[in-house]
Design a protein around this ligand. Structure first.
Ligand SMILES: [Fe+2]
Length: 207
């Protein structure tokens, strides 16, 4: 279970969206930058909570000592070319998947009686709903600016930038709180070819 604490690249992803796309999208309002700065600070808080807890429950496996799935970084590299693609794949696929898996992870720790970890994961989950909300907000803003439909455009981005099914079970309630209604993700499959050097997959743990 300590493997769940071993991959946490989300703080860097949040600063990256500001640094990488800010200069090339001069129409972005100030609220875009304040939203992602807030998300980055949340993610830094999560990283601190998780690494501190990991040191307490498993001092023999400090952060970085186990190998992990690199799907998030690979998706980050695969979306360098487009803010719209970055928002769709990182924030509305990977982060939204976190909303699906976090409640089961909380339940596993609750069953072991580890209330301290349960409380940390619940803080993270509550924050993560707001992160997917930010992803949805700015994806919708871009689509409106470009005069395209957000649901159809999201589905096209996923077909282009993801390999395999967008799989459930889904946490429909928390996804809906973030604006991700079922028509965004139901029966959706990525069609990115195997020829790509970018191997995409979900992280083992949610953000
Ligand atoms: Fe997040």
């Amino acid at each position: 279970m300590v493997g769940l604490f071993q991959a946490y690249p989300y703080p860097s992803c949040s600063w990256d969206i500001i640094a990488r796309y800010g200069a090339t999208n001069p129409d972005l309002p100030l609220a875009f930058f304040s939203d992602w700065a807030r998300v980055a600070l949340d993610e830094s808080k999560h990283f601190t909570l998780l690494t501190k807890r990991l040191a307490e429950i498993s001092p023999s496996t400090p952060y970085g000592s186990l190998s992990v799935n690199a799907g998030l970084w690979e998706s980050a590299r695969g979306t360098f070319h487009s803010l719209r693609s970055r928002l769709a794949i990182i924030h509305l696929v990977h982060e939204a998947r976190g909303l699906d898996v976090n409640p089961a992870t909380v339940e596993k720790f609750r069953r072991t009686g580890d209330q301290d970890t349960v409380e940390i994961l619940q803080i993270i989950h509550t924050d993560e709903v707001t992160h997917v909300t930010a992803g949805h907000r700015w994806f919708s803003w871009l689509c409106k600016n470009e005069g395209v439909d957000p649901i159809q455009t999201f589905r096209e981005e996923v077909r282009r930038g993801w390999r395999g099914d967008i799989r459930g079970p889904f946490n429909d309630d928390d996804r809906a709180k973030a604006g991700m209604t079922k028509d965004f993700y139901t029966d959706l499959k990525g069609e990115m070819g195997d020829a790509s050097s970018v191997a995409i997959g979900y992280e083992q743990a949610g953000p």
